[in-house]
Design a protein around this ligand. Structure first.
Ligand code: ASP
Length: 278
């Protein structure tokens, strides 16, 4: 459990906001900033690199009044989740690529290089595996090959009963430039409404196909317990596909995952970070 302490630190940061009667939105934002700044996670500093050696990051936030903001393929910014939060203040939901970077700069986010020696090294290893054909037997296509270290996400319910969900990632291994996974896609990587908040991680393409966060949310809205909704969501996937789900509803928090991916940090808020699994 190499980065459990990161999830714990992020949970503590979020909880200190909730204990001061802060909002679920502020708590989730803070939880994710802490995880993005921890270079062991695959979000913000330390993000995975595309096959061309660039870091393109995705992040999203959503609150129970259906307000949302997201960025995809964002480069040269320290905290993508803070840019996603600024997108919430615009009439739009998702900004991508160079225009998202321009928006970030206009909002005062200065240039920053999120690439670390470790992420550069992982990238070199990945290229070497591609070149030498040393992919595992199940890696017939990249999308079936996973080498994940810590996409991050958080869900929270505040003292007023308001919910928020968020997610941030550098993506997965062996990504083409411009590839976008589930994390910034409302309904796939996150969903939030009056019945609760859901944030998921894992094989982005498989999650998008199943619109997983909205699926789990809908189960909660239909009266399923948060725990059962998470478990039923997980059952949509074959075991070969890594998936982690965290959610909080009126009945409290729950998680479901088929790898070591989701951790308790306290009774009301959770951080999550996925693990190296290959
Ligand atoms: N879900 C993320 C993506 O596909 C990757 C991950 O969870 O590690 O972009």
């Amino acid at each position: 459990m190499e980065i459990v302490d990161a999830a714990e630190a992020s949970g503590r940061g979020a909880l200190s906001i909730l204990e001061r009667r802060g909002s679920a939105l502020d708590a989730v934002t803070q939880a994710i900033v802490i995880l993005e700044d921890d270079e062991r996670t695959n979000a913000g500093t330390g993000s995975r690199l595309r096959i061309d050696g660039r870091a393109q990051m995705d992040a999203s936030l959503m609150t129970d009044d259906l307000e949302c903001g997201a960025v995809a393929a964002l480069e040269g910014v320290r905290n993508p989740i803070l840019v996603a939060r600024k997108v919430m203040e615009t009439p739009h939901v998702l900004l991508v690529g160079e225009d998202a970077v321009r928006f970030a700069r206009r909002m005062g986010f200065g240039p920053y290089d999120p690439i670390t020696p470790a992420s550069r090294e992982r990238w070199r290893e990945s290229l070497e595996r591609i070149r030498s054909g040393r992919l595992p037997p199940h890696a017939k296509r990249w999308r079936r090959f996973r080498d994940l270290v810590g996409t991050v996400g958080a869900v929270a319910r505040d003292s007023r009963g308001r919910f928020c969900a968020g997610s941030s990632t550098g993506g997965t291994a062996f990504m083409m430039p411009g590839r976008v996974g589930d994390s910034p896609i409302v309904g796939s990587g996150i969903y939030c409404g009056p019945a609760g908040a859901v944030s998921v991680t894992g094989a982005g393409e498989e999650i998008v196909r199943r619109v997983l966060s909205k699926d789990v949310y809908d189960r909660m809205a239909r009266g399923r317990s948060t725990r059962v909704a998470c478990r039923e969501g997980l059952k949509l996937f074959p075991r070969t596909v890594p998936v982690g789900i965290i959610a909080v509803g009126a009945d409290g928090p729950a998680e479901a995952c088929n790898r070591e991916m989701a951790w308790w940090t306290n009774g009301r808020a959770r951080g999550r970070a996925s693990h190296r699994i290959v």
